[in-house]
Design a protein around this ligand. Structure first.
Ligand code: SF4
Ligand code: SF4
Length: 439
């Protein structure tokens, strides 16, 4: 079985939703669509309070190459453009739309034919549809599909590992829409001019492995790879290593070893946008955790509040202690239930007090468990110790910037040291310092 060194075997906790088909959630009365849902600069709003908008209408234009436009996920009237809570940035500007319940399509929505378009047209459509990485990173996909001329790409990997505990959105997508995943992959291969691709899936999803293998049987150059179930199997560098044997160098990118990695959700979103003409206005979100009455996989309009999505799953059970956007390992704890679902929201996990409680940190006992668990082969205890002393020079010397923030070190530490948290701070400080130096 294909795997990598390090990592942890966290309980999967996927049983509550893995066998539940995706349900369409009714569009809410009000959506709040952030102008920044991607890595890059926030969009320029194209509408103002009082404007009528239609479903799929572009309401925010990308500023610069690294950006992705945003679109209305309901038809209705713009009530305001204002600061709202944001699931990854704390807060940000958003277009608030009151839903008229009509779902009237914008005139720009026109179904397309993948086969009749050339690579440039496909890439332009991916940009215009506002497609970003749906695995959580939210990197604009048209940028990923535009590697510099000196980088020769020969392999595409579709990431269907979904190694985060609790989440099953990608699993259900592969089972229920394998044709969209494969059609999107064909588009990615065409845009990049690549003839070899893999769809990588952890072996705790044997049904998805089978369905995807059947779906690519007649597609030349595409193979399904079954991976050992281990966190963080879906991290880009680990995935590339297990699938191709290539190692992304320190500070490097997948394209440095000739590979582009896309999430299966991104691939399906590309296919749907081209086939239906509808930009990215909805996504599958796993709403789960022992604090949710009826965990589900929901197809949710972008801009739906976490509270509305949780209500669609029967609301809370008892008093929730922690609400996470994404999975419990790399996800982000939320301070408000008004945060909207954005393009990168793969899950909403509600933990009870018992699950969310983190014991007090104790002194390091030098057991080296964090070193064994680190998939990047770092020495987390040292990087963290320097970070806690605000000695960022030494954190950097011990390769803090290579940390992928997977959380394996913190998860495995018997002393419950705040390892990933302190390393994350060190990375931010080092990045800020580099930016200042560059200026
Ligand atoms: S140091 Fe970073 S990469 Fe290594 S286990 Fe900790 S969070 Fe993951
Ligand atoms: S796992 Fe925790 S206690 Fe063990 S060496 Fe690492 S930081 Fe120290």
């Amino acid at each position: 079985m294909l795997t990598f060194k390090g990592g942890v075997h966290a309980p999967h906790r996927k049983q509550d939703t893995r066998n539940k088909a995706v349900e369409y959630m009714q569009a809410p009365k009000m959506v709040s669509i952030p102008l920044q849902q991607h890595i890059g600069v926030a969009c320029q709003p194209l509408v103002k309070a009082g404007d009528a908008v239609k479903l799929g209408q572009k309401i925010g234009e990308a500023r610069g190459f690294v950006g992705a436009p945003v679109h209305a996920s309901v038809s209705g009237v713009v009530k305001a453009i204002k600061q709202v809570p944001h699931p990854s940035m704390g807060s940000g500007l958003a277009v608030i739309i009151e839903n008229d319940g009509k779902d009237e399509f914008d005139d720009s929505i026109k179904p397309g034919d993948i086969g009749s378009m050339d690579a440039e047209q496909l890439k332009e459509l991916i940009l215009e549809a506002g497609i970003v990485g749906m695995g959580g990173a939210a990197f604009p996909t048209h940028v990923k599909l535009s590697p510099p001329k000196d980088k020769s790409i020969d392999t595409v990997i579709l990431n269907g590992a979904e190694c985060e505990p609790y989440l099953t959105a990608d699993h259900r997508l592969m089972l229920e829409a394998s044709h969209d995943v494969v059609d999107g992959l064909k588009v990615i291969m065409k845009v990049l001019g690549v003839e070899r691709a893999y769809i990588a899936i952890e072996d705790n999803k044997p049904d998805a492995v089978q369905v995807m293998a059947d779906a690519v049987k007649s597609v030349q150059g595409v193979e399904v790879k079954r991976l050992k179930t281990k966190y963080p199997q879906g991290a880009e560098k680990q995935l590339i290593y297990v699938v191709t044997g290539r190692q992304v160098p320190s500070g490097g990118l997948p394209m440095d070893v000739g590979v582009i990695v896309c999430n299966v959700g991104t691939s399906a979103a590309i296919a749907r946008a081209i086939k239906t003409g509808m930009p990215l206005i909805e996504r599958i979100v796993t709403v789960t955790g022992s604090g949710v009455a009826e965990p589900k996989n929901l197809m949710v309009r972008i801009g739906t509040s976490f509270m509305d999505a949780i209500q669609a799953c029967g609301g809370f059970v008892g008093q929730p202690a922690k609400v996470i956007s994404g999975g419990p390992m790399m996800g982000i704890g939320q301070y408000s239930l008004d945060v909207p679902v954005i393009k990168g929201t793969s899950g909403i996990v509600v933990l009870t007090r018992e699950e969310a409680e983190v014991p007090e940190a104790e002194p390091c006992i030098r057991c080296a468990k964090c070193v064994e668990a680190c998939p990047m082969r770092l020495v987390p205890l040292l990087i963290s110790a320097y970070a806690l002393k605000e000695d960022y020079d030494n954190s950097e010397k011990f390769h803090a910037m290579d940390c992928i923030e997977c959380g394996c070190c913190s998860y495995t530490c018997p002393a419950k040291r705040p390892l990933v948290q302190s390393i994350r701070v060190a990375k931010r400080m080092i990045t800020a310092r580099r930016r200042r130096a560059a200026r």
